[in-house]
Design a protein around this ligand. Structure first.
Ligand code: MTE
Ligand code: MO
Length: 536
């Protein structure tokens, strides 16, 4: 009997929280799209979870790590909402207080986001008000129903639950059971209506928000001028070997790494880039002004610091872009600066050594196109940075909106306090693509093949060792440039049994790839990849 009321109170709490979120989503759709508390809180949590938890989630859930995060937040919300209902029945207005507290935390997460619009707080405030009203209405009915029921029970001697019951209004000697049934019906009708309303409004608002975002059309209609120069891919730059990665990674297959829970949607018409900090003159460039500086094509292989030996967080593209140097020159870099802090619209930052952006020999660019089309949204539309030779987290800022010329002593980027180095040149590496551990190789002539990269320096040689035998040189593809990976292969007469394959590279500076294993943190993995293959 009593347990039932607590359960219903928890239900009332969950329904009230549902109303809170639904109303917030509705007003987010109407007045401030970035005011969705669900997304803001999710992004906030992403930023505060410690590295080990992030790595654990990625390890266990792989690409579903963000889904896992959303599910965890969802569960936490349900538990907290149920608690609010129970508290409200126990001591009014404790439940209201909990809802308001949750709303306040969500508002804090929303307004502290880097790109928060002026009215972003409003949807959550309105949602919280609606949630409190619904909680009040539901739990009041529930409390009256309980009081009536206790009154009725008190009249029935021998019911232990009646002993501590407060007096219900009305004479106990004449328990009004019709009162209880009115409140009971009222509670269930209101609960069902609120739950249904919340589901329809909440889901509807999100669906409409996604469907009416016109940004897809804008990207599709975007016409970029043809580049002044294009990349020449030499004869022999690509082998036709089954299982070997292609020289250029298609946009669909390109790895994606970022902290963004939802991909920012930026209209190039409203995008601008500010150059601030230690400059002679702060400048702001519009998208048109940027591309008017002249587009050229660049071939660059990107690499993530999280790429394990033999891993896939590396890919190549032909980018259209403008040198970062050209933009910095317009602002005039002052003496003493040694770092450029680039900021994404979602608050992510990267610290890039100034010289990596200003050296004539390094093709650091603001990229606007990737493999022949405007940047895909996930890869930074409309503008991102690409800096050959540096891991993505210290250079490749997507959705970039600001460059601050500064010093490593004065400023820190997103990943620096999270266990990664402030500076991180790519450690050159080589990878076996085929044969793979999980595929059986038929005995007979075959090819061992893979990729190798040493951005800004170039790959001189790749060597393969079979069953710990002598290192034999692989045949290299003709390099497009020093910033782009190369393919390699060796012919192999595969004999039945299990074989041990290993690969290593030598760069054009004459250095041998580091053999010693290092983890990805703090500044990138090292080690020679080796693999066991089964020949049948
Ligand atoms: N805005 C933003 N830019 C970002 C990141 C990010 O989290 N947010 N991650 C960086 C990292 S760690 C890498 S490896 C590259 C990956 O670029 P891609 O997703 O286009 O492959 O983007 C970089 N740029
Ligand atoms: Mo990365």
């Amino acid at each position: 009997m009593r347990a039932r009321f607590w359960f219903l109170a928890a239900l009332a709490g969950v329904v009230s929280a549902g109303v809170l979120l639904a109303v917030a989503e509705l007003f987010a759709l109407l007045v401030a799209r970035d005011g969705s508390p669900v997304l803001a809180v999710g992004s906030f949590v992403i930023d505060i979870v410690p590295r080990w938890a992030k790595e654990f989630a990625i390890e266990v859930f792989g690409a579903n790590d963000k889904l896992f995060l959303l599910a965890s937040i969802g569960l936490a919300v349900v538990v907290a909402a149920a608690l609010a209902g129970v508290l409200q029945l126990w001591r009014r207005p404790l439940g209201d207080v909990l809802l308001v507290l949750a709303g306040a935390l969500a508002v804090a997460a929303i307004v502290t986001r880097a790109a928060a619009t002026p009215l972003a707080w409003l949807p959550t405030v309105l949602g919280t008000a609606a949630g409190v009203v619904v909680l009040e209405l539901l739990v009041r009915r529930l409390a009256r129903w309980r009081a009536d029921a206790r009154g009725a029970a008190a009249a029935t001697p021998g019911d232990p639950s009646a002993s501590d019951a407060p007096r219900a209004s009305g004479p106990a000697s004449a328990p009004d059971s019709s009162c209880a049934s009115v409140d009971r019906r009222g509670f269930f009708v209101l609960t069902a209506a609120a739950a249904l309303g919340a589901a329809v409004v909440g889901v509807g608002s999100r669906v409409v928000a996604v469907a009416t975002s016109s940004i897809d059309g804008i990207r599709e209609a975007l016409k970029l001028p043809s580049p002044r120069s294009t990349v020449t891919v030499p004869e022999g730059a690509e082998f036709d070997i089954e299982g070997l990665s292609s020289l250029y990674t298609s946009n669909a297959d390109f790895y994606r790494v970022d902290t963004a829970l939802t991909v920012p949607e930026i209209d190039p018409a409203t995008w601008s880039l500010r150059v601030t900090g230690m400059v002679d003159e702060e400048i702001t460039l519009t998208f048109q002004q940027l591309i008017d500086l002249g587009l050229d094509e660049y071939s660059v292989t990107l690499t993530c610091v999280s790429n394990e030996v033999g891993g896939g967080l590396v890919g190549s593209a032909k980018w259209l872009g403008v040198p970062v140097r050209t933009v910095l020159e317009k602002a005039g870099v002052q003496q003493g600066a040694d770092m450029v802090l680039s900021t994404s619209i979602d608050g992510f930052t990267a610290s890039t050594p100034l010289t990596s952006l200003t050296d004539e020999g390094i093709d650091a660019i603001f990229a606007v196109a990737m493999n022949g089309e405007p940047l895909p949204f996930e890869h930074g539309f409309p503008v991102r940075m690409v800096v050959p030779g540096l891991y993505g987290y210290v250079s490749a800022t997507k959705w970039v909106v600001e460059l601050k010329v500064t010093t490593f002593a004065d400023d820190e980027a997103y990943w620096t306090p999270r266990g990664y180095s402030a500076e991180a040149p790519i450690k050159f590496s080589s990878r076996i693509d085929t044969p793979r551990v999980d595929k059986q190789v038929p005995a007979g002539p075959t090819k061992i093949a893979g990729m190798a990269w040493a951005q800004t320096v170039g790959i001189e040689r790749v060597e393969v060792s079979i069953d710990n035998g002598e290192w034999q040189p692989a045949t290299l593809s003709a390099p497009v440039n020093e910033d782009t990976w190369v393919q390699w292969f060796v012919d192999w007469e595969a004999t039945t049994g299990t074989h041990y394959l290993a690969v290593r590279a030598v760069n054009k500076a004459g250095e041998l790839q580091v053999q010693e294993r290092a983890p990805i943190a703090p500044d990138g993995s090292t080690g020679w990849q080796s693999t066991l293959v089964t020949v049948v």
